[in-house]
Design a protein around this ligand. Structure first.
Ligand code: DLZ
Ligand code: SF4
Length: 509
């Protein structure tokens, strides 16, 4: 083979034709390298379905690039020349192709960035790292925004992003006269025969091959491969999003925080796995959602809420991640050290809410944000689970989870392990919250109304136990201080029963 100028290494979450490394290259002189590697699949033991999804999407993206005139060196997991890691695979490809330079778009993870920084010395040729411009806010812009601020609240950042992107703006004012309509987005949902489902796609030959490979090679990883219905091609991901806009977006806002037994998706878009690997473009989906509002097909509370998740929250957590890494992954404000209970893997628990969240996580590699935040995350916070163990769980089990987005959500928002850099208060709640937002409690053996005793909802005693044991660390927050005062007003016998119940629950997990 004749020598190539650039070897462009495209990683598994960089499946975008406008990727900066591709834009910097030239299809006539350069070669694209893509590789399915054991190390990426196992540095945390990713959910089988997540691995199959990414491998299949990578494979289809390679074909898409070939269609656009690129030469692609695609190394399958079971290829004879598979070297098992990014660095080894790249070294092999550099010598095979006689490349003069390596081009790569900056990765989404600190860990991979550290690897990449070592490549130039290890390979003895220039390695050009391009910024990832698939985000609205660059690292430098986020640093500028964060500088000198005591608290980094998403809301103000979000308004800047609205102004910058011009999404939902009327001149310099927000559409509807208000930036945020979240107060309207907390309705419990009723069981409905007309609940839309995310658009599903039958596995094609490539996906079937990858499913067989994942079953054979990652048999001991968590999760089920079937049913596999994710889109793995750009056009299909776009069709899935279009179906969401038409069928579910109008109700997305109202029922954003609702949970229903047997309804894993409700009115959610279920597109984070497509956005985060590059199959969908964040600004493009926001513009389409805005168009639905402008044409009267979806209400403002739904569209604003959707757009805020993407140009607000998603951009904001990415900014926090790169601002605070390394070190953010080991934050542990409450000093929680309990190992992750087995039922996060087995779903074997009598708590109906936890069972539903873990079962659907196992089956779909998906749970929506309130299940993550207020069921599995809340339980871990109340029970004092080691936040790093929980972080590794979220990172491995969700198809959309990449560390830049998952870590701030887990460590910062869900576990308050950064002491309140990201969240204004700990997301701790008793069973009453879950009962208000779901129908889980009706089919649970525990009684959500009881605080203590064998039949009481475990979230209740654990909630008050958390308030009592963390009083020093949360008392500075007005909303939490009020809960500490409530606890102090319980009579000592009740406080004793809470402690006893919490001890029994914790001994049992
Ligand atoms: C998550 C993941 C997995 C499971 N497998 C691969 C892979 O085989 N090849 C690849 O290029 N990327 C994979 N990824 C995504 C990478 O881990 C991702 O690029 C980093 O997490 C940085 O965001
Ligand atoms: Fe969950 Fe408690 Fe309700 Fe059972 S009673 S579903 S454990 S919140």
């Amino acid at each position: 083979m004749t020598a190539v100028r650039n070897l462009i290494f495209v990683l598994g979450d960089q499946l975008s034709p406008g990727l900066s490394s591709l834009v910097a290259g030239d299809p006539d002189q350069d070669i694209v390298l893509m590789a399915e590697v054991q190390e990426e699949a196992t540095y945390v033991r990713h959910h089988k379905k997540k691995i199959a999804f990414l491998f299949s999407a990578m494979h289809h993206f390679a074909a898409e690039l070939e269609g656009r005139g690129w030469r692609v060196d695609y190394v399958k997991l079971d290829a004879a020349n598979n070297r098992g890691s990014f660095t080894a695979q790249l070294a092999d490809a550099v010598s095979r192709h006689g490349a003069e330079q390596v081009l790569v778009t900056e990765p989404g993870e600190w860990r991979v960035m550290e690897l990449i920084k070592g490549w130039q010395a290890a390979l003895g040729l220039p390695v050009r790292i391009q910024p990832d411009d698939r985000f609205v806010c660059s690292h430098a812009e986020f640093e500028g925004w964060a500088e000198g601020r005591k608290q980094l609240r998403m809301e103000y950042f979000y308004r800047d992003m609205r102004r910058r992107t011009r999404l939902l703006m009327e001149g310099d004012q927000p559409a509807g006269g208000q930036w945020n309509f979240d107060a309207e987005n907390r309705k419990p949902a009723g069981v409905s025969l007309f609940m839309p489902n995310p658009k599903a796609f039958a596995p094609d030959a490539i996906t079937q091959e990858v499913l067989a490979l994942a079953e054979a090679r990652f048999a001991n990883h968590f999760g089920r491969l079937e049913p596999f219905w994710f889109a793995v091609r750009r056009e299909d991901a776009q069709a899935a999003f279009a179906a969401f806009v038409e069928k579910a977006l109008p109700s997305f806002g109202d029922y954003q925080d609702a949970m229903l037994m047997g309804e894993p998706f409700l009115y959610h878009a279920v597109i984070a796995q497509y956005l985060n690997c590059g199959l969908l473009d964040p600004l493009e989906v926001c513009r389409q959602a805005e168009a639905a509002y402008r044409s009267g097909k979806a209400p403002l509370n739904a569209v604003e809420g959707f757009i805020r998740q993407i140009i607000g929250w998603r951009e904001y957590v990415r900014g926090i991640y790169w601002l605070k890494m390394p070190g953010y992954e080991t934050q542990n404000y409450f000093g929680h050290t309990r190992p992750l209970p087995d039922f996060y893997w087995t779903a074997e628990t009598d708590m109906a809410c936890m069972k539903a969240a873990v079962t659907q996580t196992r089956d779909e590699a998906y749970a929506h944000h309130i299940q993550r935040l207020m069921v599995t995350g809340n339980f871990a916070l109340l029970a004092g689970i080691d936040p790093h163990a929980l972080h590794e769980w979220y990172l491995s089990v969700y198809a959309d989870a990449f560390e830049w987005v998952e870590l701030p959500n887990t460590v910062g928002m869900s576990q308050f392990a950064d002491g309140g850099l990201l969240a204004s208060k700990p997301y701790a709640a008793s069973g009453a919250y879950i009962n208000r937002m779901s129908n889980y409690c009706g089919s649970c053996i525990y009684d959500v109304k009881q605080r203590t005793g064998k039949n009481a909802c475990p979230f209740n005693a654990l909630y008050w136990n958390f308030i009592a044991r963390s009083r020093e660390k949360i008392g500075g927050n007005p909303r939490m201080a009020q809960m500490v005062r409530t606890y102090d007003r319980f009579d000592p016998a009740e406080q004793g029963r809470i402690a006893e119940s919490a001890t029994a629950i914790l001994a049992d997990i």
